[in-house]
Unconditional design. Structure first.
Length: 158
């Protein structure tokens, strides 16, 4: 699934490591792709799993599907020599959910990275609120200021 996301969006100028992670989070949390199995650190910029991203980078590069490229301005992705190699696996395990994934990618792709962060953070906060409804959560976790979560300098949710 990660290779499909990177293959689909690698030509978008705002697609990098952070947006990639936010999409993986939304695939797990919103589309219920339990295969993602993230262990997210909760910070001001929203859910992030550094270990998962290292593993995703390692696997998609090792297979020759997608090449993660670390540059001066962050990560970008290029199609590898064996980019089509993931497709059979994707179709077998995720084909029945492809339409929902494509809808999510179409929604997030044109966004700036910060906008994708806000969507992922708001979804995580809303999900937490549903799981543990309190006044503190409603007041603190769903506060998204004009400058976005990263610029506020404080966690949106514990």
């Amino acid at each position: 699934m990660a290779a499909y996301i990177a293959d689909t969006l690698c030509d978008h100028p705002t697609f990098g490591r952070v947006k990639f992670q936010k999409l993986l989070h939304l695939c797990e949390a919103h589309l219920e792709f339990q295969e993602v199995a993230g262990n997210y650190h909760r910070d001001a910029a929203g859910p992030f799993d550094t270990q998962m991203m290292r593993s995703v980078h390692s696997q998609i590069e090792k297979q020759g599907w997608i090449a993660p490229v670390k540059g001066d301005k962050g990560w970008t992705y290029a199609r590898g020599e064996k980019v089509n190699g993931y497709r059979d696996h994707f179709d077998r395990y995720f084909g029945d959910r492809k339409e929902a994934l494509e809808d999510l990618l179409a929604l997030i792709a044109p966004m700036k990275t910060q906008q994708a962060e806000i969507v992922s953070t708001a979804f995580a906060a809303w999900n937490d609120l549903l799981l543990e409804p309190t006044d503190d959560h409603a007041a603190g976790r769903l506060h998204l200021g004009q400058e976005g979560p990263r610029r506020q300098g404080q966690a949106l949710y514990p």
